[in-house]
Design a protein around this ligand. Sequence first.
Ligand code: SF4
Ligand code: SF4
Length: 714
Amino acid sequence: MERSFKKEVEALRLGDGETFRGEGILAVTKALLQSGVSYVGGYQGAPVSHLLDVLVDAEDMMSELGVHLETCSNEASAAAMLGASINYPLRGAVTWKSIVGTNVAADALSNLSSPGVVGGAMIILGEDYGEGASVIQERSYAYALKSSMWLLDPRPDLPTIVRTVEKGFELSEASHAPVMLELRIRACHATGEFAAKDNRKGVVSGLDKLPGPPKFEYGRLAHPPVIFTQERMKVEERIPAARAFIREHKLNETIDGDLADIGVIVMGGLTNSVLRALERMGLADVFGASRVPMLVLNVVYPLVPEEITSFCAGKRAVFVVEEGFPDYIEQAVNVELRRADIQTKVYGKGPLPKAGEYASDVLLEGLAGFLQATRPSGIDADTIAEKARGLVAHKPKAAAAFGHLPPRPPAFCTGCPERPVFSALKLMQRELGPAHIAADIGCHAFATFAPFSMGNSILGYGMSLASAAAVGPNMQKRPIAVMGDGGFWHNGLITGVASNLFNKGDGVLVVMQNGYTSATGQQYMPSSKASRSGAAPGMDIEQTLRSMGVKWMRTVRTYGVSKMVATLKEAMKTAERGLKVIIADGECMLARQRRIRAEDAEKLKRGERVTKARYGVDDEICTGDHSCIRLSGCPSLSVKPSPDPLRTDPVATVVESCVGCGLCGEVAHAAVLCPSFYRAEIVRNATWRDRTLFAIRQRVIGWLGGYNATKAAA
Ligand code: SF4
Ligand code: SF4
């Protein structure tokens, strides 16, 4: 059910002399194949979910090259895969979302970086930083520093991205260290073109296998006493080797400019944003030529001291554009300049904010501040700064003109099977009082927003049950942990369930069984009903929990709100001690709609009967108290003016996007809400039975309403 890239992956077959056109994420895949990788893997997460989806869709092509593909159960297993490159000349790449994925993978990454690699090992990080982020705002840079892995941050244009991937493998092999390639959201979706090369088979691959393991070598293990030697090797051999490679192969770029007494040192990934800001200020053109000299760091770690000092020599000031906190690069630039006794003044955080995304208005303001502070010769800094500020001055005015706009937080999809569970939780708490709710990562985290506003903590993917471990023993009421099936297989089974059972915990766990890792694009997982090869993987949550010793377990259809309320109440009140698990079962509606739409289209083509349920509100009965909206929050539930001229309150209405999930009827019933809701069925390719039934119903309804259909027709 992953997004399909079947058409786009054909471009991965392009060879020497042909031009590749497409998205950044697809270009990375092509670069991997051109680099002769022997294995790839990863765990999905924005903004690199589609990299894994592309790899899955390109599996046939990869098997022709003998490349092994692993869709890993979490980032730790993906990182551990890179262990193949410790002993063997196997090039491999794995991918995940950072910073969260890198946190999960940290143990394996440390143990990989210590012995180092002989085959090129690359980690493609979807760096989810900034306004659109869905995770905590931390930087992967810290991992590069602590583990001595190199961090590539290519300028977001396709030829640079592709070159950085290819050179990244060479860098990894030349310095025997793993490399991380940071891809921001904009780089993933940047479109462009580059000159393709033929795909390459790995030195060793599934087509050309190794005869056996190498001679035992203790130094290949991350284990004492060799870890002490390995630490020295990082400092004395690997970092110098990496710096030499970066310099020799010119991985970092310089852009010359005539304003020679100042300069900008920029993380590669931010280069286009800075150039655009300079262009708007009249200091660059749209083709990337800049009047302000720039040092573009396509490799942000390790920095090459000679490159920094030679760029800064003769300049009065440089401006370090480094997004995020702490300011690792700015500090390092200051240190290198002091060591070389170069007196260039370093600006960065100050004109630029310490935290937050460096979007265009932030960069305009920061560059204006830098120019005014340094007053480079040859330009009128005040006029340019005024121009820059003028470009964004309309924003506060526009905001003031609109007045206060209500926030629009993300929400569950229309008809989502997880929404009814939170309606049930709301109803349960109305009766039993509020309970501690340990939330988790996944679509169900939308319940932290209105109208549910539920959740007391989020500690990580699959961590909800573990995060409630110390709450339960200190609270009169049992805590409720909510976890998705994706989180369950990612981490929750061991971190949460095993630990809870081992410690004889007493709490409630609700597992949302929607069949996919939905939030990242409906990828398959161990308990899905299908897999990338077609057949179901055959793992089952209920059976797994039973085998581990969970005694109290109920599987409840999510849309059955009354039953869910009763089950939650039972779990909260039962005298039975131990973990109580409710498996909330309902297929992800987005995935279901995609599936059903295709099936229905086929049926319609064959002239077969197709039905669709829709819900509606009888506006003559609706009182306009909107309890239904407060209890469900479905985006298809809206309001409209009341048809009754004596009523001023708007009535509820169900808009066209309703998928007929049935929650409206269920909530109305479970909450003893109101009788306004009705269910209608849209029938296409109606049979004679449908038509006869319809005619009879029309007559009966007309008769009951005192309406004479024959007269009306006349
Ligand atoms: S993607 Fe699926 S599980 Fe997630 S909010 Fe939408 S319908 Fe619900
Ligand atoms: S039945 Fe109600 S909750 Fe379900 S999709 Fe329609 S409006 Fe939304």
